[in-house]
Ligand binder design. Structure first.
Ligand code: ADP
Length: 485
């Protein structure tokens, strides 16, 4: 699969691989070489309709719910086993599709496997409660049932496709839903590989359908009256469109959107360790992660030393092609993204920012951009306010911690953040005051499937990971029984 030069993808509808009805397709490009590595189907609104109808039939016929919850868990565990047995192949494919080094893609595959194992274990632990209806109503028995929300559409981005889709599919399937998945047009290949694995593991036909395509394919899903719930990961701009499209049938909506996460460093922090951790927090996956720590607020007493140390960490990270064993970072996903990232940095410099390291695109072929540290920024600058989605850290000194926290929270986003200090009390105080869904203490990004993630403010609605994610795919029904009739 991975070494095949061109993957030809079809749509997965009702257990069959079918071409788009229009016959149209599009090329998938390796961002490291700009070579075409795949050609996949471009699903029209008619294809989306067929996929949603297939999911509805599978749900109504209880093809998945017919299995006991324990059996569904076993199937999900088998998905994890199959993914693990093909981990290398999947990592190579993800690497070619997204650009990230194979070693990093392997970590992503492992995390996607964890998603299926975690929710496999939870599949038979979903239950409602019995309710005491009070002495006057002893004749009544109250109970709540937890039921799957129905047909779920999932729209995912390109930056970490396998994780993004597994963190939706695994809990939705554990909850008993039927799904229609739309991967990103920029990186659709591992979704198709996962589709094959799901069928092989025994997920019944129609329970997971996959439609590849661009924005209009996603829009057709978001407005489809046959979809009960939409779970979206992507930009805040598209998130708003999803919400608007969902109003037709008032489908439920979960959103995992953008971020501009702060990193707050106190004077007593271990500066060397902080520099290494902060560099990983911003540069990993070339900054193409919504939780990346993009705004550094460092106490003035450690600011210069820390900024230089992070810049040095960045310089030491080799940027290269996915199969280069020394490369820690790959290219950006596309020329559009490269132009976007470079544009932000160039405009930042025009506005008075100082480049400490990086700041110039690399090479002629492929979409490479180096780890970049930008200092002397001010809170109002575009580069500080907008999500760049690239390996660019904006650094600012602070004198007073209260001011730093105010500035850290001065953003429309609220996805993540971190605080770096040896003083545990200060760490907890800052963690409480940052308005974001996930805070690291002396680490920027940590915790896997067990820890809920999601956004405050305009970073999203709802949570993924942990038991919380199951809630996104369940309804609660109250059942009251009159006992003496
Ligand atoms: P990015 O620019 O980082 O790819 P987007 O938010 O544009 O993030 O895309 C995330 C996902 O949303 C992709 O699968 C994309 O095809 C899809 N998408 C884009 N526009 C729309 C839309 N109007 N409605 C639904 N999905 C969309």
């Amino acid at each position: 699969m991975a070494d095949h030069p061109v993957v030809v993808g079809k749509l997965l509808i009702d257990g069959d691989w079918v071409p788009a009805t229009s016959g149209r397709g599009f090329d998938v490009v390796d961002p490291g070489t700009e070579e075409v590595i795949g050609h996949v189907a471009d699903a029209s609104a008619a294809d989306v309709d067929a996929a949603v109808r297939a999911a509805r039939r599978a749900f109504d016929e209880e093809r998945w719910l017919r299995l006991s919850s324990a059996q569904r868990g076993i199937v999900l565990w088998r998905v994890a086993d199959l993914m693990a047995s093909r981990a290398e192949e999947l990592a190579r494919l993800e690497s070619r599709d997204v650009g990230m080094p194979v070693s990093q893609a392997a970590l992503m595959v492992a995390e996607a496997v964890n998603q299926f194992r975690y929710y496999a274990g939870l599949a038979d632990k979903i239950h409602g409660s019995t309710v005491d209806l009070g002495p006057a109503e002893r004749r009544m028995h109250g109970a709540t049932y937890r039921e799957p929300v129905g047909v779920v559409a999932m729209i995912v981005p390109w930056n970490a496709p396998l994780i993004a889709m597994s963190m939706k599919l695994a809990p939705a399937l554990a909850a008993g839903c039927a799904c229609v998945l739309k991967p990103s047009e920029e990186a659709p290949l591992t979704a198709l590989a996962l589709g094959r694995i799901l069928l092989e593991a025994g997920v019944p036909a129609g329970v997971v359908n996959i439609v590849t395509g661009f924005g209009p394919t996603g829009a057709a899903l978001a407005e489809h009256p046959g979809v009960d719930k939409i779970s979206f990961t992507g930009s805040t701009a598209v998130g708003r469109k999803i919400v608007a499209a969902a109003t037709g049938n008032l489908k439920r909506v979960s959103l995992e959107l953008g971020g501009k996460s702060p990193v707050v460093v106190l004077p007593e922090a271990d500066i060397d360790a902080a520099a290494a951790g902060i560099a990983v927090g911003i540069f990993w996956n070339s900054g193409q992660i919504c939780t990346s720590g993009t705004r550094l607020f460092a106490h003035e007493s450690v600011y210069e030393k820390l900024v230089d140390a992070i810049a040095e960490q960045g310089r030491s990270m080799k940027v290269g092609y996915g199969t280069d064993p020394d490369a820690l970072l790959g290219p950006l996903i596309s020329r559009r993204q490269l132009d976007r990232v470079a544009g932000f940095v160039d405009r930042g410099v025009d506005a008075g920012a100082r480049i400490v390291s990086g700041g110039q695109r690399l090479g002629e072929r492929g979409f490479y951009y180096p780890p970049t540290v930008v200092a002397d920024v001010t809170p109002a600058m575009e580069i500080v306010r907008e999500e760049i989605f690239g390996p660019v850290l904006c650094a600012m000194p602070f004198t007073d911690l209260d001011d730093a926290i105010t500035l850290a929270n001065d953003t429309e986003y609220g996805l993540a953040g971190s605080v770096w200090t040896r003083d545990i009390a200060v760490a907890h105080r800052v963690a409480r005051r940052l308005r974001a869904g996930r805070i690291g203490v002396n680490v920027h990004r940590a915790g896997g499937v067990q820890m809920p993630v999601g956004g405050y403010k305009q970073s999203g609605w709802g949570r993924e990971n942990g038991p919380d994610a199951l809630e996104e795919y369940l309804e609660t029904k109250s059942v009251v029984t009159m006992l003496d009739r």
